[in-house]
Design a protein around this ligand. Structure first.
Ligand SMILES: [Zn+2]
Length: 256
């Protein structure tokens, strides 16, 4: 694959980096990334991944844009209210970069469709807001051996990690960290709990950075580490995630 004249100019600030260069940019252009959720986390992720020249970006979301989303879901605009979020996001992404392919799936990810959706991509980024999706992706990405970059939000805090449990010892999964989903009534979502919108921006942008690093094999991976952003105290904490030898998802990966 040869970069075009236009691509040389568009991606000039990547190409000038020794760590990316022409080879890295070509790798990004050939990559297929699936983003689950075009909401608070998905918004900055989709925009930065489009801008960075990820060649094919899939978006899974079955919601429509509501005026209450616009306080944090910056890929959507006021003129998009009532539109499918996947179409609204695609429109914004193509305005940023018309040289990439955007594949939209206006469905809710579930046990019946998830395998087919995930199998066609190199990496999955979870920007969903519910535990059912998070655990479904944990199990599926382990079985299909896809890196999973996942983040979660609370009103003034964010968490992010990368999971590659199929690599074996030292590579935990989300279930090694939290074995079971909490009871649904204990889980406040943005709609009910509220959130300082820009925190979603910080975490979704961190996710975009980690997706690019995973694809390029750059620097340290968050694999094995949970990074916590405490916005009120302006602190980032990192905690190690031990691999659970009895983890129902990934306990057999050490034998691989
Ligand atoms: Zn595990």
């Amino acid at each position: 694959m040869e970069l075009s004249e236009e691509q040389f100019r568009r991606y000039a600030r990547h190409l000038i980096l020794d760590e990316v260069g022409e080879e890295g940019q070509e790798k990004l252009l050939q990559s297929r990334v699936l983003v689950i959720g075009a909401g608070g986390l998905g918004s900055p992720m989709l925009m930065y991944l489009a801008a960075a020249g990820i060649g094919t970006i899939g978006i899974v979301d079955n919601d429509r844009v509501d005026i209450t989303n616009l306080q944090r879901q910056i890929v959507h605009a006021t003129s998009h209210i009532g539109d499918l979020k996947v179409e609204s996001a695609k429109d914004s992404m193509r305005r940023i970069n018309d040289g990439i392919r955007v594949e939209t799936r206006s469905v809710r990810l579930d046990a019946d469709n998830a395998r087919d959706l995930v199998a066609g991509y190199d990496l999955v980024a979870d920007g969903s807001d519910n535990f059912a999706t998070r655990y479904l992706l944990t199990d599926l990405c382990y079985r299909l051996e896809k890196p999973l970059v996942a983040a979660a939000l609370s009103p003034f805090e964010g968490q992010i990690s990368t999971f590659r449990p199929y690599l074996g010892a030292g590579h935990p999964c989300y279930r090694c960290l939290f074995r079971e989903p909490p009871p649904p009534d204990l889980v406040p979502r943005c709609e009910t709990a509220g959130i300082l919108g820009a925190i979603a921006g910080v975490m979704g942008t961190l996710q975009a950075v980690e997706v690019l690093k995973e694809l390029l094999g750059l620097g340290d991976s968050l694999d094995g580490t949970l990074l916590i952003y405490d916005a009120l105290r302006v602190r980032f904490h990192r905690i190690g995630i031990p691999k659970d030898p009895d983890c129902p998802t990934c306990r057999n990966s050490a034998a691989r």
